[in-house]
Write a new protein. Structure first.
Length: 302
């Protein structure tokens, strides 16, 4: 199925982008505001607007109500990125990535009640396995007491819900109206979010300081990262035109596999760019969680 190629382009490219995000956060935003990093995402969205408009002038012919709702989906997407980057400041990339599985669960629920997409019993079991895998990864093992990383859970579940809501709005309007029109107003929402961030004086100061100190590195790495992320987003959004929301979100959940794969490769061959905990206990925890998630995704796609 051609749409599967687009659906899988998301998790592969997002996994790569997650490690780049981790590098940027560790290098430039370990103790600063990650809001500045989001400005670059907003800039990419803003730069895409005139390109799409020239390619498809009819994008501005949409009614005001639809424009506002689709723009909200862009704001939700940026909100999701904010919570994700907050989590990334204190956790490994491979620990965070599996929580994106929750977006698939939310996708099934929203798809059922809003779009009338009805999952089977096998798919529901698969969804529960995905949740179980995410919970396993949220545990702190190797300590006298095993405790849940509550801050991580709250941040990433909120992120996943925002992603699912954004995808729901995008799918509804992309199917009803047109893909590029919906993409245009979604990017408009991202650009507005960036403007709001830059209205805050502290963010402006940090942005200027960072650009003066590391202009070349920040622009090159951030620019490449945003293009990678953009490719994944467009691929998954295009797949939404041909498959149920929950199914596409579930395929997107394979991001954790690629994040773990890339993380191990970086730790072994390029430790300065990224490092994952490779102790036996830590790897066993991650592998068990991955098995849960893989089984769940297979059942969901059954």
């Amino acid at each position: 199925m051609p749409w599967l190629i687009f659906a899988f382009s998301g998790p592969i490219l997002w996994a790569l982008s997650t490690h780049i995000d981790k590098y940027l956060v560790e290098r430039y935003f370990k103790h600063g505001s990650i809001a500045v990093l989001m400005v670059f995402t907003a800039i990419i969205g803003a730069l895409a607007l005139p390109v799409i408009w020239l390619f498809r002038p009819s994008v501005v012919a949409l009614n005001l109500q639809s424009m506002a709702v689709i723009t909200t989906s862009g704001l939700l997407y940026m909100g999701a990125i904010y919570f994700y980057l907050q989590a990334l400041q204190g956790e490994e990339a491979s620990t965070i990535a599996p929580f994106f599985q929750a977006a698939g669960i939310f996708g099934f629920i929203l798809g059922y009640f809003v779009l009338g997409e009805k999952p089977s019993l096998i798919q529901i079991i698969g969804a529960l396995l995905v949740i179980g895998g995410s919970v396993i990864l949220s545990l702190r093992l190797g300590q006298s007491k095993v405790r849940v990383k509550r801050r991580l859970v709250v941040l990433m579940l909120t992120c996943a819900l925002a992603i699912a809501l954004s995808s729901l709005i995008f799918k509804f309007f992309a199917v009803r109206d047109e893909f590029w029109t919906t993409t245009f107003w979604n990017f408009a929402g991202q650009a507005i979010f960036g403007i709001i961030l830059m209205l805050i004086a502290a963010n402006r100061r940090q942005f200027i300081i960072m650009m003066r100190a590391n202009t070349g590195a920040v622009l090159s790495v951030n620019g490449a990262n945003e293009l990678i992320n953009l490719g994944g987003n467009l691929g998954v959004r295009y797949a939404l035109l041909f498959a149920p929301l929950g199914i596409v979100q579930s395929i997107s959940s394979t991001t954790s596999f690629f994040v773990l794969l890339f993380g191990v490769a970086l730790s072994l061959f390029f430790p300065k760019l990224g490092r994952e905990k490779l102790s036996l206990t830590n790897l066993l925890q991650k592998l068990i969680a991955i098995v849960f998630i893989v089984t769940g995704v297979v059942l969901i796609n059954h």
